[in-house]
Design a binder for this molecule. Structure first.
Ligand code: GDP
Ligand code: GDP
Length: 455
């Protein structure tokens, strides 16, 4: 490495950074209007505020990446939640419950000007039961005179209230320091620790694609509920299901079975549940209704799973209803609309007739294999060497940037760091990704490639 112009320490640092596995997850919960969305915007450094969203606008996106003091983590924003038909307490509880379930730590936001309400107390009980680390944010403390309001919140029994003005930024730095202390370095569900346990699968897809039908078809009555958080409105439930002689854990299936009809916020609720399931899973089976056009919502769900770095299987359901014409157009649609996951194994199933159910497990195993693939450094560099000499980077400004060497820094999903003598264009990066896939497989998994350029 040294003779290529890279300092050994830089190389090790880059590999360490790129190999960083799944990020810890922070959930921001609290009653409506306490300032959750404002706070999330502040944490992720976003200018255009979610609070300006018009009511009723679908907000599919609920997880964001953030960084504070050099540490990266994910933030789950529950601010898009709206009170539903069950009433405010049940609504807030359900929202908090999903977010807490998926999180490694929680910021609980209370409006310090209002003080602790009964709804806040209800959330405190949920937080106690979940046992996750909590940072108490006393929001709307816009100036020193508000500090006294914040101190009343000691009564919640969650430790020190952090006085914050999410709107103006006051106190958010100190609160984020506390958040970093509460967040584990690696998420609790760190994949490495799950050795030997059942693999975790999230069955996701927009409403009515056939998720509960599929679950019933593959599992019949044999499923075992393993994780019931009793006494709450909508329990995230994991179920053990045996398929193809192997036991799998289908995470967060309660939302699939017990469908609660919400008047408002239903899409948002579905997104939050999907995000929570994806966070907990190693692999996502994304169910798509083959009888309908592929929608923006389908694509968002795919993007959610890709960005989370999960192994992916695409299952096209309701195949029993397709005629020849629809099959023809579906293939075209898949090419144009689902190009970002062209590498995902695909099964064409019918939850109604049971068609091709037996193909699901092989597809899942293929994708998990791809997700865990590690390419030895020697083989990778032999491959890169040949590739670069056969297909050099285009010359730019009289210079020809070159990939000098590379290494795989991590798996689940595979992460590569390439070291280059100059800026590598996006087109050439895509070309390398394509060739890596041709050479080493990686079926069913996103791959990350970062490029370090010699100073
Ligand atoms: P959410 O429903 O909990 O996501 O709350 P929002 O983030 O939508 O905020 C609700 C309202 O409180 C908005 O009008 C915000 O501008 C306001 N707000 C949020 N944070 C603060 C704050 O720190 N100080 C003041 N004065 N107002 C705030
Ligand atoms: P979920 O909302 O994703 O859980 O979807 P459901 O399992 O509730 O299914 C929605 C509707 O699609 C129901 O009326 C099902 O009977 C129907 N459905 C599910 N799978 C199939 C299938 O493979 N073929 C046909 N024709 N209908 C299906």
């Amino acid at each position: 490495a040294a003779e290529e112009g890279f300092d050994l320490q830089d190389v090790e640092g880059a590999i360490e950074a790129a190999g960083h596995g799944p990020l810890p997850v922070l959930a921001v919960v609290g009653r409506p209007n306490v300032g959750k969305s404002t706070l999330v915007n502040r944490i992720i450094g976003r200018r255009e505020a979610v609070v300006e969203d018009k009511p009723g606008v679908t907000r599919d996106r609920v997880t964001y990446e953030a960084e504070w003091a050099g540490r990266r983590f994910k933030v789950v924003d529950t601010g898009g939640w709206e009170q539903d038909v069950l009433g405010i307490d049940a609504s807030v509880a359900a929202q908090a419950e999903y977010a807490i379930e998926a999180a490694d730590a929680v910021v609980f936001v209370v409006d310090a000007k209002v003080g602790a309400t009964d709804t806040d107390e209800a959330v405190v009980r949920l937080l106690r039961k979940a046992g996750k680390p909590v940072v108490l944010c006393a929001n709307k403390v816009d100036g020193p005179s508000g500090e006294a309001d914040a101190s009343y919140l000691w009564s919640l029994g969650l430790g020190e209230p952090h006085p914050v003005s999410a709107l103006h930024g006051r106190g958010t730095g100190d609160m984020l320091d506390a958040v970093l202390e509460a967040l584990p370095e690696a998420p609790e569900q760190s994949f490495g620790t799950a050795v030997g346990g059942p693999r975790r699968i999230a069955l996701i897809g927009r409403p009515n694609v056939g998720k509960s039908s599929l679950l019933n078809k593959v599992a019949g009555e044999e499923r075992v509920v393993v994780n019931e958080m009793a006494g709450t409105t909508r329990d995230p439930v994991d179920e053990l299901i045996e398929l193809g002689g192997v036991t799998w854990k289908f995470v967060d299936t309660a939302g699939i079975r017990k469908r609660v009809h919400l008047q408002q916020g239903a899409d948002y609720y579905a997104s939050l549940r999907t995000a929570a399931a994806v966070e907990k899973a190693e692999l996502a089976v994304i169910l798509i209704d083959a009888s309908e056009n592929i929608s923006v919502q389908d694509q968002r769900i795919v993007t959610m799973a890709v960005e989370a770095g999960r192994a992916i299987v695409l299952a096209f359901n309701k195949w029993d209803t397709l005629d020849e014409e629809r099959r023809y157009y579906l293939e075209r649609e898949i090419e144009t609309e689902l190009g970002q996951v062209a590498w995902a194994p695909r099964v064409n199933v019918s939850a109604r007739t049971g068609r091709h159910m037996e193909k699901l497990v092989p597809a899942i195993e293929t994708a998990l294999d791809g997700w865990e693939t590690r390419v030895p450094t020697g083989r990778l560099n032999a491959f890169l060497g040949e590739l670069v000499s056969a297909h050099p980077h285009p010359v730019r400004g009289g210079k020809q940037p070159r990939i000098l060497f590379g290494t795989q820094a991590g798996t689940k999903p595979p992460r590569f760091v390439l070291f280059a003598s100059g800026f590598i264009e996006a087109g050439y990066r895509r070309f390398i990704e394509r060739r890596l896939r041709e050479e080493f497989g990686f079926e069913g998994t996103p791959i990350h490639i970062s490029v370090r350029v010699r100073e």
